[in-house]
Ligand binder design. Structure first.
Ligand SMILES: [Zn+2]
Length: 107
């Protein structure tokens, strides 16, 4: 059905273009494309704004863990506190893997 409508529109465009000139076909086509582009870009901006609003919503506060993980370097003694675990692998310092130590913080 859609193909038939498209073929009818193309036939009508050929008839109009060959009879009165192609500007009567191209101008409305360009206008239609411009309106579709404008509406699409406005709609994408509205979606982006909604996404940004969802990001701005307050996030739940991370509850202080009962146990925290520290990593220490055997060579130089550097210690670091793990805030967010990306992978299960230990970070490296002085070209060696750091050692993990779990601590229970005192309150
Ligand atoms: Zn080190």
């Amino acid at each position: 059905m859609r193909i038939l409508l498209l073929l009818a529109a193309a036939g009508g465009a050929v008839v109009i273009g060959s009879t009165w000139g192609w500007r009567w076909v191209l101008a409305p086509l360009l206008g239609w494309l411009f309106i579709r582009w404008a509406i699409g870009s406005l709609r994408s901006m509205a979606v982006g704004e909604r996404t940004q609003a969802a990001l701005d919503q307050p996030q739940p506060v991370v509850v202080e863990p009962a146990e925290r993980t520290l990593y220490w370097c055997e060579d130089c003694g550097t210690e670091l506190l793990l805030m967010t675990r990306g992978t299960g692998k230990a970070p490296r310092h002085c070209a060696t893997a750091m050692h993990a130590r779990d601590e229970v913080p005192r309150n």
